[in-house]
Design a protein around this ligand. Structure first.
Ligand SMILES: *Cc1c(COP(=O)(O)O)cnc(C)c1O
Length: 302
């Protein structure tokens, strides 16, 4: 792979959360896996999910890559950057009509060479039909969803020093590809908890199950649906305040679409005594901080 796409997984940082409340009152400890720091543009879990797809594209000598996403798709930015580095043209199929003002995320993807194609929400639902219109494009499914993406995401587990010591893994869930990878990589005594950032996305469990390896099909898929703050990319003031508070208390920067909601869920679950005493929890910081740029200036201090 091109040099600018390489990541040194030995550089990945574990940040312990020092909290008297979590430690003395609820008897749990939290470490944060700072995947947000793996690469300046291919943020967080996107690097892991994309690599097997890109390797497949190279092997098949793809002359053009395409993928799908909405206006806040970190996946499209990551894929656009990767394609630029690999000198392969990239087309992004965007859900919804072209907006008057492009999101910061779409602006970035376009700056990295993405050719945007805007399709109506209705048309977007039938991705197989869209793919047929461009027979020469190598397609990466939305969010890197698929066996390849899950296989790549399983690599997140290998980045965690002493990974077998953790009782719980907690991560944000969009398509569920990262969660499936973690379910495939973790041992049976370890629980993976996924926080859905969308409202009423109840097809997730089945989508995740589809990506489990043969020996893992009976794993429990623990999804929480109550922490979406109104829906995908919705970010009411209570969420902004929470993100500010976590920054003040722990110097941990979170994003408004994924990791802020997920850390809020973790905080709530701890305070509801969801976790066994003396549990060791690892929070996967899956990146996405560039999405905060859609907020008005000075909303967040980082
Ligand atoms: C894309 C993304 C996710 C969702 O990952 P899935 O594998 O689609 O569930 C979570 N967190 C961040 C920061 C992301 O950018």
């Amino acid at each position: 792979m091109e040099r600018n796409l390489q990541v040194d997984i030995n550089q990945i940082v574990i940040q312990p959360i020092e909290s008297k409340i979590y430690r003395d009152q609820f008897h749990v400890s939290i470490d944060v896996l700072r995947l947000d720091q793996v690469h300046p543009i291919i943020s967080g879990n996107k690097y892991f999910k994309l690599m097997p797809w890109l390797q497949d594209a190279v092997q098949k000598k793809a002359a053009h890559i395409g993928s799908f996403g909405g206006a806040y798709s970190n996946h499209l930015v990551a894929t656009a950057f990767a394609c630029k580095e690999m000198r392969i043209p990239f087309t992004g199929i965007i859900r919804g009509e072209q907006p008057e003002k492009l999101s910061a995320t779409l602006q970035d993807a376009i700056a990295f060479g993405m050719q945007p194609v805007y399709v109506s929400r209705k048309e977007y639902q039938d991705k197989e039909k869209i793919k047929l219109k461009y027979p020469s494009i190598f397609w990466i499914d939305e969010g890197g969803y698929g066996m390849a993406g899950a296989q790549g995401a399983a690599g997140i587990f290998s980045c965690i020093p002493n990974a077998s010591a953790y009782d719980y893994f907690i991560c944000a869930v969009g398509t569920g590809t990262m969660m499936a990878g973690l379910l495939n990589a973790t041992a049976i005594h370890q629980q993976v908890i996924g926080i859905s950032v969308m409202k009423n996305n109840f097809s997730l469990e089945e989508n995740i199950r589809q990506l489990l390896l043969p020996g893992k099909r009976n794993r429990k898929i623990l999804l929480q649906h109550g922490f979406h703050f109104g829906g995908y990319a919705k970010h009411p003031l209570v969420l902004i305040n929470f993100i500010n508070q976590i920054w003040n208390d722990h110097a941990l920067p979170l994003d408004i679409v994924y990791t802020g909601k997920t850390f809020n869920a973790l905080d709530n679950l701890i305070k509801e005594n969801f976790f066994r005493k003396r549990s060791r929890i690892i929070f996967i910081h899956s990146g996405g901080l560039q999405g905060n740029r859609s907020l008005p200036k000075n909303t967040l201090p980082f």
